[in-house]
Write a protein that binds this ligand. Sequence first.
Ligand SMILES: [Zn+2]
Length: 92
Amino acid sequence: MDVAELAARWAALNPELADRLSRAVVLIEPSTMARDVYYVRGAETPHTVVVDRTAKASTCTCADHKYRGVRCKHRLAVALSEVAKRKVKKAA
Ligand SMILES: [Zn+2]
């Protein structure tokens, strides 16, 4: 399963996230991924998502997350990417 397929599934389960999920799909740049830190392209500026695996949480440097406290498209992009990677590993 690739990221786009996964995004479509999540959107079906969470219609309120559908719009942001569709934008999240194009954001991830695999070549820039470090272990727990992702550099995600934004419309204008790239944002940094840091994954805290112990707390099963992530933070983002964008205003949506920092000031509005919503699940931003950058964190959705990272979550999609992580789940898709796990599914690939399981299938292998
Ligand atoms: Zn963000």
